[in-house]
Design a protein. Structure first.
Length: 212
């Protein structure tokens, strides 16, 4: 039998990916990077929601996940790529962000980085989570066409999100509107038509699932 000390240590070392705010509100927000997730987390829960995939959240709390209202926000993949790339090029927000930028972005051109993504299974590289497909965050790992969240909202149209959250959770959002936080100057990144098409090809599954 394992000792009490071992059990306590194991519990303390266990990564908690299903925050209490999901349990209290009976909701699950799948925070896809660079889709206004920081703003949405603060508006709805008053806190930052970490980037966890729906399949992992479901695995962590299977029954709770099944009974909760689960949702995510998606964004046009080219716009999202520009935001993620610009965010990391500007140094990101954390020490880890800067390490990722130094390792993958800062010693190569945009075209070279796209070539790297085209030649690697980037959804499987945990350091590149900012660039993972949106599909990988909200679909079954074994079936990229099977969405496992209850509702997908588009970043371009968030008018119903606050209302739906109130109905599903019986809690009013903490803020009256979604603020703008953690923004990047992606508008300054100019893409050629070739660059844009390469990004569309990289994220073709996202266009198929959310923007066709």
């Amino acid at each position: 039998m394992k000792s009490l000390q071992y059990r306590i240590k194991s519990k303390l070392n266990k990564k908690i990916i299903f925050p209490d705010c999901f349990v209290y509100t009976n909701t699950v927000f799948v925070h896809i990077p660079k889709n206004a997730g920081q703003s949405i987390g603060h508006a709805l829960y008053g806190m930052t929601i970490h980037h966890e995939k729906a399949a992992d959240l479901r695995k962590d709390r299977k029954a709770t996940y099944a009974n909760a209202f689960s949702f995510a926000v998606v964004r046009d993949p080219v716009s999202r790529f520009k935001s993620a790339y610009s965010y990391l090029k500007q140094g990101g927000r954390t020490v880890d962000d800067k390490k990722i930028a130094d390792k993958y972005l800062n010693n190569c051109s945009l075209e070279e980085f796209l070539t790297f993504l085209e030649n690697t299974p980037f959804d499987e590289n945990q350091e590149l989570f900012h660039f993972h497909t949106q599909t990988s965050y909200v679909c079954e790992p074994f079936n990229p066409l099977l969405i496992i969240v209850d509702r997908i909202y588009k970043l371009e149209h968030l008018s119903t999100l606050m209302r739906d959250f109130k109905v599903a959770s019986n809690f009013a959002p903490l803020l009256d509107e979604i603020p703008k936080v953690n923004t990047s100057k992606s508008g300054k990144l100019e893409l050629t038509s070739v660059d844009e098409q390469r990004i569309r090809n990289l994220y073709s599954i996202d266009y198929m699932n959310f923007y066709d």
